[in-house]
Design a protein around this ligand. Structure first.
Ligand code: RIB
Length: 291
């Protein structure tokens, strides 16, 4: 069984600020750093650091060498990455003194994922292999169609939430990994249990994992609901906490097939990640979790 993550790779420009800048306000940042990020890249790194074998596909620009190197030094296979002329996608991230963030994301049209590239990548995989997807690429729905045709199992973390989600063939998804905002967008519900129950009714063959930030996480599969508390952590930067959770949960669940244990490990990994600055750089190694 192989794992393919077809996802974004961003250069994150991170500004440390006293508070997140408001409408019409000009604020001097206290510090600036550049990190490797992108929900796709972060999740591949979390998978690899959790011990999974993962192939990353996605597009970088000429300035994307640092992104490729970060994946490779974390043990991710980059043979399927595509490099194009022009700039890599990037973000402007503000992080406040409590570790909260806000993210502005820009991807050039050169980074359009086309059908040929999708087929070229997905045709390397087959029945029983897994594909992990987020919602930062254009045409995720085409990737889902191609993966489904190949008989791959689909894991979807539809982050960041936007209207593109309406075009996704969600009936193909085997595992949903959602936060409450995404859960609300999919079901109209706000209570965690109601979100899970509605997901179970709408997608009876799928498992749903719902992350609740400081309140932990919960999951529904075959009508059985389980919960996991969050691990206490003094947050300096919450960027990529969700990506760390997703990668660790998926790696551990596919390794041992036990939801409760996978949720517990993912909670510990996410807690460690918020105690460090940056996205990819904040993701812990499996050994740091004492397993
Ligand atoms: O989830 C965190 C990531 O979201 C950042 O690394 C940034 O690139 C944005 O994609």
């Amino acid at each position: 069984m192989k794992i393919l993550n077809f996802g974004s790779l961003n250069i994150d420009h991170v500004y440390q600020v006293e508070h997140i800048v408001g409408k019409g306000e000009t604020l001097q940042a206290q510090e600036k750093s550049i990190f490797c990020g992108g929900k796709g890249l972060n999740q591949s790194i979390a998978l690899a650091r959790a011990g999974a074998e993962v192939y990353h596909a996605g597009i970088i620009g000429r300035d994307g060498g640092m992104l490729k190197e970060k994946l490779e030094s974390s043990g991710v296979n980059t043979a399927l990455l595509k490099c194009v002329e022009g700039a890599s996608s990037h973000t402007i991230i503000q992080v406040d003194s409590k570790g909260n963030n806000c993210i502005l994301f820009f991807a050039d049209r050169l980074l359009d994922i086309g059908q040929d590239y999708i087929e070229e990548v997905v045709n390397q995989f087959g029945a029983g292999d897994y594909i992990l997807l987020q919602n930062e690429l254009n045409h995720t729905e085409l990737i889902m169609e191609a993966a489904h045709r190949r008989g791959m199992k689909i894991v979807l973390n539809p982050s960041p939430i936007n209207d593109r989600l309406r075009c996704f063939p969600l009936e193909y998804v085997d595992i949903f990994i959602l936060n409450e905002i995404e859960g609300h967008a999919l079901t109209g519900q706000t209570e965690p249990e109601a979100i899970l129950r509605d997901m179970g009714k709408e997608y009876p063959g799928a498992m749903t994992v719902l992350t609740l930030g400081e309140r932990g996480s919960c999951s529904l599969k075959d009508g059985r609901l389980i919960s996991q508390e969050a691990c206490p952590a003094a947050a300096v930067d919450t960027t990529a906490a969700g990506d760390t959770f997703t990668g660790y949960f998926m790696a551990e669940y596919l390794r041992i097939g036990k939801r409760a244990e996978a949720l517990a490990l993912a909670a510990r990994a996410a807690a460690l990640s918020v105690m460090r600055p940056g996205a990819a750089d904040s993701i812990p190694m499996r050994e740091e979790l004492g397993v």
